[in-house]
Ligand binder design. Structure first.
Ligand SMILES: Nc1ncnc2c1ncn2[C@@H]1O[C@H](COP(=O)(O)OP(=O)(O)OP(=O)(O)O)[C@@H](O)[C@H]1O
Ligand SMILES: [Mg+2]
Length: 421
């Protein structure tokens, strides 16, 4: 097994920003275990960026040309979760008018990402343990064991040892799941990364909303951003950067401006929302500033929540080109739904997996899906480089800095990819 992982290339490919050692370790582990079939448990607080890890594992595994199915265990109702995961026979329950393959069957040969695995009901945990141990599962309403060769990657932001103590999670399942344990560090422990991420999100937001000049931090504000505790991790940092980019009159952000969003040194104040809710010291007089801020804030929050909900409510299914199209009603999520982390192929969301047979005519933009599926990793890297060059007006030094690579590497990649400047 090749042991030297090209971290820079991985980061570039997946749009990961940061130089923290624990983050590097997480990416490295993901690449190293990719070629094994060991099950992996990714642990980390909410918003730390766990979702990129299973993608790295799948794309670097021998299964990369098979299906990658991501499901959010917390969003499937308890009453239907077994049939969603393991399938059901015709007539297994009142509404089971046809048979259903289930995700374990659909992911045969590929990778199944069980997000929020800590939310699984105990009875489903027992079924999952059986699949992990024997590869066997039984559809709802059947006695016949079936076999699946799906590789399981799971993630959780729940403190599982605590859930075990409280009887909400099976201890045997925990040990079986975390054959390989990947810990994603919280942002507060990633020294210096918050500022790098701020810069990335400021550039992304400026590009997305056609803002001529991205916001920048004064050196003092950089210190604040680095020492703030970021309880909502990268998701919170992205939201705050978007708010500042849109709402701030000044392009140069000072500690005073940050304080208006409750981003203060050594603080773990909940979010920027509190300040927008309350009257801030500097806006004693009523000039509608707060209302405008509130509205803009609400719009941004709403958009982000809708995007999160879209992801939660559905199932992300991506497959490579040589796999038959996923036979479910699928709908493209707009690229804006993924504002920060480019994925290797566009995310396809299953809107209603119970209607599996009304397939192809309900595919909204088939061409887009085909295009998305054919976007391979190299296309993504190439696109990331072009975008960074454009954002930096083709100044290689600045683009290399933004991408976190040396100018020489950037030069080589421009040549390798035949990018015209
Ligand atoms: N290293 C990174 N570089 C750039 N953006 C990132 C990075 N890590 C995470 N993000 C962005 O941060 C946001 C949160 O990441 P993600 O959804 O993976 O969190 P999570 O750990 O799964 O959280 P939760 O447990 O709440 O689901 C996403 O918008 C993602 O695109
Ligand atoms: Mg998540």
């Amino acid at each position: 097994m090749k042991n030297n992982v090209d971290l820079q290339q991985m980061k570039l490919r997946y749009g990961i920003v940061g130089r923290d050692e624990a983050l590097d370790e997480a990416i490295k582990t993901a690449v190293l275990v990719a070629r094994t079939d060991l099950s992996v448990l990714i642990q980390g607080e909410s918003g730390v960026g766990k979702e990129v890890i299973p993608r790295i594992i799948h794309d670097n595994s021998l299964r990369k040309n098979k299906r990658y199915i991501a499901i959010n265990c917390g969003s499937i109702p308890e009453g239907t979760i077994d049939s969603e995961l393991f399938g059901h026979e015709k007539g297994a329950f009142t509404s089971a008018i046809g048979e259903h393959e289930g995700y374990f069957g659909a992911a045969d040969g590929g990778t199944l990402f069980l997000d929020e695995v800590g939310e699984l009901p105990l009875s489903t945990q027992a079924r999952l343990l059986r699949v992990l141990e024997t590869g066997e599962y039984i559809r709802v309403g059947s006695n016949e064991p079936r076999h699946t060769n799906a590789r399981i990657v799971a993630a959780t932001n729940v403190d599982i040892p605590n859930a075990i103590r409280e009887g909400r999670f099976r201890e045997d399942l925990y040990y079986r799941l975390c054959t390989i344990n990947i810990k994603m560090p919280p942002l507060r422990e990633r020294r210096g990364d918050a500022v790098l991420l701020f810069k990335k999100f400021a550039l992304d937001t400026a590009t997305k909303f056609n803002i001529p000049e991205p916001v920048r931090l004064t050196p003092e504000a950089e210190e604040v951003v680095n020492s703030y505790k970021w309880p909502g991790n990268i998701r919170q940092l992205r939201n705050i950067t978007e708010q500042l980019s849109i709402l701030s009159q000044e392009r140069l952000i000072t500690p005073q401006t940050l304080a208006k969003y409750n981003i203060v040194p050594n603080s773990n104040m909940e979010t920027g929302l509190a300040t927008l809710n309350n009257k801030s010291a500097s806006s004693e007089h009523h000039d509608y500033e707060n209302e405008i801020k509130w509205l803009a804030h609400a719009v941004i929050e709403l958009r982000n929540e809708v995007n999160e909900l879209k992801k939660m409510a559905g199932t992300d299914v991506t497959a490579s080109t040589n796999v038959p199209s996923v036979s479910t009603q699928v709908k493209n999520v707009s690229p804006q739904a993924q504002p920060t982390l480019p994925v290797t192929a566009r995310t396809i969301t299953t809107m209603d997996s119970t209607r599996n047979n009304q397939v192809d005519d309900e595919i909204q933009t088939a061409e887009e899906i085909v295009e998305a599926e054919s976007l391979n990793l190299f296309d993504m890297e190439r696109k990331n480089i072009i975008k960074a060059l454009q954002r930096n007006h083709y100044r290689r030094k600045a683009a290399a800095e933004e991408l976190g690579i040396s100018e020489r590497t950037l030069y080589r990649k421009i040549k390798d990819y035949g990018i015209e400047e």
